[in-house]
Design a protein around this ligand. Sequence first.
Ligand SMILES: O=C(O)CCC(=O)C(=O)O
Length: 283
Amino acid sequence: MKSLWCLINRLFIRYDALLSITVMQEILDINQIQQFIHQGFIRIDNAFSPELAEEARNILWNDTGCNPHDKSTWTKPVIRLGMYMQEPFVKAANTNMLHTAFDLLVGQGNWIPCRSMGTFPVRFPSDEDPGDTGWHVDASFPGDDPDNFFEWRINIHSKGRALLMLFLFSDVGEKDAPTRIRVGSHLDVAKALEESGEKGLSFMELAIKLIGMPIREEVLATGKAGTVYLCHPFIAHAAQAHHGTEPRFLAQPPLLLRKDLVIKDKTEAYTPIEEAIRLGLWK
Ligand SMILES: O=C(O)CCC(=O)C(=O)O
């Protein structure tokens, strides 16, 4: 009787595991995981609902001090808004679909749920240069002067940061200031970070190194409100001026790591985020 129970139990556990693998594959298939490793990003459509996006936009519009129905009030090319922790933002960042994708890319549970939506560079149609369109990699841990953002650092283990995420809270077409992503640049960045080890490079040091890196194809982070781009933390990206008609609402919060990444001599399988760093360093 005991062994029959054991067998039934085992069958259930296998069925459960199979079911969760099937659910995971519905969210990200093997091609998307390969794309993440080789190109450094994937796009997830309908990651959160248009209704949540609209609720969030209403809060953001209020904070811009501009009137959505009066273009004469849209006087600046970009307005940067602070951290948002209200319900629509936290819900958007924590859908089942995104949690499953985080598990697949970063390792089961090796990430900290996002409770704040980070900064919002709200971009308005304008002929004026926004002045913040340089190529860069987002930094992940403070340097000697934590108050100086340009001194924040990035190292080969991506200390503290699992992903760069781009959350589209409005429909973003090619003219609506979509973020530019350099396809495969995370591989060049891994190589550039190798020598500096744990100390890594500061945001500015790495931005200067990007200038000498190989020319790579650019992809625009376009999509409907509710789209999320999950990017390798080493991906080089840049803003651009807005040449469309409606303001663009996008957030770029980090996904934080729970445990450090392992890129050498690991006993279990490497996760896609680790695989990508290994690819940049050794393949
Ligand atoms: O506004 C954008 O498209 C991206 C902005 C960005 O990358 C940043 O502010 O770090």
